[in-house]
Design a protein around this ligand. Structure first.
Ligand code: NAD
Ligand code: UD1
Length: 332
């Protein structure tokens, strides 16, 4: 039987597919390519060392999903497919609710009909909202400040209700902190369309000479150097976390929210410094006003992941920066 990976051609999905293949799992990859390039598929095949079925299907298209489950023997689903840009979600909320919530409902209904009741879901630390109670634990209060965050929280609720209604279901709700970095080969990484919103892709494009300078959003936060502090984790560590979560879902029933982060926060200026060291390239920056909706400090308490999944991040910030640079400096 195979693992269906929705959104498998995306940034985190592609790295997870490689790790799954290398671990000997059979996969079926589904993506609508709304935010991924088709050439990623060949790279996954190359790095994973094996072929797999690919479906260019949208999770909003029920018949497409039905076809996948009718043709393939799916044991469990790792569900990455979704829209993820916070600012865009404020501008087009209905698209976000439809894609992320309705899409997941479709998927769960088709799964249930085919007796497939194990899911690993991409949630986000964004569900902790503007709480200042760091480090965030899975039982910290939840709140959201934008439609993207609300879709994650709603899907978490849906999966919890589903597991409560049917004891055969298991769902791991993985709350990612800030994934960065790229595959060591330089063949997979994050290459957003347009001007990046997130810190690392922005820094990398400045270093590559494609953007003039970084704007540091706020230098008056209550943090050691006044700039925002986040829990950055290597995308390969994150990918491996999904394999551990899959094993957990195989042997446990019910819904479980689990943080995936390092437990260590770094400021924007610390990241700039680490990137300069790893790349040998200067990253010019200027101080700018705070970005609306940002919080000062966000990092995980990763105890539960260690306890339940036996997972712990191992890659340091410098390696994350070096791998980001190795990938970005190869892009045209
Ligand atoms: P990504 O955009 O690179 O990957 C998502 C993939 O899903 C893309 O390949 C896209 O084409 C596909 N997709 C989107 N809508 C689809 C649909 N309706 N049907 C089929 N495929 C669809 O994003 P990512 O960074 O790899 O994130 C993966 C998941 O993790 C997302 O759900 C995201 O919200 C969540 N997440 C990401 C981060 C992050 O910082 N990257 C943090 C927390 C949570
Ligand atoms: C963002 C999302 C969050 C999502 C997370 C996943 C927003 C508001 N939040 O979080 O929902 O779960 O990504 O990775 O988009 N920064 C700069 N200059 C820049 C870009 C960022 O100074 O050009 C700073 C930010 O103010 C922040 C830090 O860098 O302090 C990290 O920002 P970013 O990479 O966008 O991640 P988050 O804001 O943590």
């Amino acid at each position: 039987m195979a693992i269906l990976v929705t959104g498998g051609a995306g940034y985190i999905g592609s790295h997870t597919c490689v790790e799954l293949l290398q671990a000997g799992e059979d996969i079926v990859l589904l993506d609508n390519f709304s935010n991924a390039k088709p050439e990623v598929i060949d790279r996954i095949r190359e790095l994973g060392g094996r072929d797999f079925p690919l479906y260019a299907v949208d999770i909003l298209h029920r018949e497409g999903l039905e076809k996948v489950f009718a043709r393939e023997e799916i044991e469990a689903v790792i569900h990455f497919a979704g829209l993820k840009a916070v600012g865009e979600s404020v501008a087009i909320p209905l698209d976000y609710y439809q894609n992320n919530v309705t899409g997941t409902l479709n998927l769960c209904q088709v799964m249930a009909r085919h007796g497939c009741k194990k899911m690993v879901f991409s949630s986000s630390a964004t569900v902790y909202g503007t709480s200042t109670d760091v480090p965030f634990r899975e039982d910290s209060p939840l709140s959201t400040t934008n439609p993207y965050g609300s879709t994650k929280r709603m899907v978490e609720d849906i999966l919890r209700d589903l597991c409560a209604s049917d004891g055969e279901w298991s769902a791991c709700l993985l709350r990612y902190f800030n994934p960065i970095g790229a595959h060591k080969s330089g063949l997979l990484g994050e290459d957003p369309n347009g001007i990046p919103n997130n810190l690392l892709p922005y820094i990398a494009r400045v270093a590559a000479g494609k953007l003039k300078q970084l704007s540091v959003f706020g230098d008056d936060y209550d943090t050691p150097d006044g700039t925002g502090v986040r829990d950055y984790l290597h995308v390969v560590d994150l990918a491996i976390g999904h394999l551990k979560a899959l094993d957990f879902a195989r042997s446990h029933k019910g819904a479980e929210a689990i943080n995936l982060g390092t437990g260590q926060g770094y400021s924007v200026l610390e990241v700039v410094k680490a990137f300069e060291k790893a790349s040998g390239v200067k990253v010019p920056y200027q101080m700018a006003p705070r970005r609306p909706g940002d919080i000062a400090t966000c990092y995980a308490d990763p105890t539960k992941a260690k306890k339940l999944l036996g997972w712990q991040a191992t890659r340091e910030l410098e390696e994350m920066c070096a791998d980001t640079w190795n990938f970005t400096s190869r892009q045209k």
